[in-house]
Design a protein around this ligand. Structure first.
Ligand code: NAP
Length: 299
């Protein structure tokens, strides 16, 4: 298929690469041109100078950029895709953004005869690289079906929730769980460390009991290695937490635990951890507890 891929960061880069490797005709665009260049050097594909140029000759536009403002930029700016939207053009947005904003953008594309599917992902950097993402999807059934050959290359499962914005609604609720589960894991580890229980011992207990989770399985080894290089950058998790809180206000839902976690992430971002992995919030809790990383945990 002819695909325009907009946004080749941690997630979009490997997603676009997998599409190219599978033989799709992919035109990539990234705000910083060097990231698009790195992909072309590694696996091929065509590079466009603007979202509109990438979309002009494509059947599908796949977006994977940071936040609501970034999606609005690639769609609505003078060189955005709205200018070339037409009947038959299908936009698939894998960015985690506001469900309300996603519905508004979809309306603009639909007014020009195109269609829009929100398809946020889970599986992190490793899932993107291995083509094992899970897509959580909102949109018209026929349009979702058209994306099937591309979902198959980039992911292992597609869960179609309902109409536009419903993929994002489920994704935000899902990330709420990840933020709270990780906070529980980190706070438990810090309390244990302060009491003299090693991180390795605690992770061993967690792995052997009902505390075990996808979050502890994935993040545990990184914590032990004290590897906080970004898989999911902290500033993006903070962005998601704020999206959840905004959406909760819109829907008249109270999220007291998440409100507290937002404060932890906000302080961590102020303390220069914004571009580290969100797991680096552990180091802030350690600092507040007056402990430094025990020798057994140091990389
Ligand atoms: P990333 O590595 O920081 O990449 C962000 C991308 O957005 C880059 O291509 C960046 O361009 C582009 N961008 C940012 N602001 C822009 C703007 N104003 N206009 C145009 N492009 C802009 O982030 P990522 O981890 O790939 O995340 C992408 C999306 O996937 C986010 O919504 C994130 O929440 C979601 N997500 C991430 C993960 C994960 O584990 N990383 C998992 C699930 C979902 P530049 O290269 O020029 O900065």
């Amino acid at each position: 298929m002819k695909v325009a891929f907009l946004g080749t960061g941690i997630m979009g880069g490997p997603m676009a690469s997998n599409l190219i490797k599978a033989g799709h005709e992919v035109t990539i665009w990234n705000r910083s041109a060097e990231k698009a260049q790195r992909i072309q050097d590694a696996v091929g594909g065509r590079i466009a100078v603007s979202p509109a140029e990438a979309a002009a000759d494509s059947q599908i536009v796949w977006i994977c950029v940071s936040d609501t403002e970034a999606v609005e930029r690639v769609v609505l700016a003078e060189d955005g895709i709205l200018g070339v939207a037409r009947p038959g053009l299908l936009v698939a947005d894998s960015s985690t953004i506001s469900p309300t904003a996603s519905r508004a953008l979809a309306k603009r594309i639909r007014e020009r005869g195109g269609d829009w599917v929100d398809c946020p992902v889970t599986g992190s950097k490793r899932g993107a690289e291995e083509g094992k993402l899970v897509f959580i999807v909102g949109g018209d059934g026929e349009s979702v079906e058209k994306l099937e050959p591309l979902f198959q290359v980039m992911g292992q499962r597609v869960i179609h929730i309902g109409g536009i914005g419903m993929g994002l609604s489920a994704k935000l609720a899902m990330n709420l769980n990840i933020a709270l589960i990780f906070e529980g894991l980190a706070e438990g580890l810090v309390l244990a460390q302060k009491a003299g229980v090693g991180m390795g011992q605690m992770l061993d207990i967690i792995g052997a009991t009902m505390l075990r989770s996808g979050v502890s399985d994935y993040k545990g080894p990184f914590l032990q290695q004290r590897d906080f290089s970004p898989n999911f950058p902290l500033h993006l998790m903070l962005k998601d937490i704020r999206l959840m809180l905004d959406y909760a206000r819109e829907l008249r839902v109270k999220l007291p635990a998440l409100e507290t976690v937002e404060e932890v992430y906000a302080v961590a971002a102020d303390e220069d951890l914004a571009n580290a992995d969100y797991a680096a919030t552990l180091t802030l809790l350690e600092k507040w507890a007056g402990i430094s990383a025990p020798a057994e945990n140091q990389a």
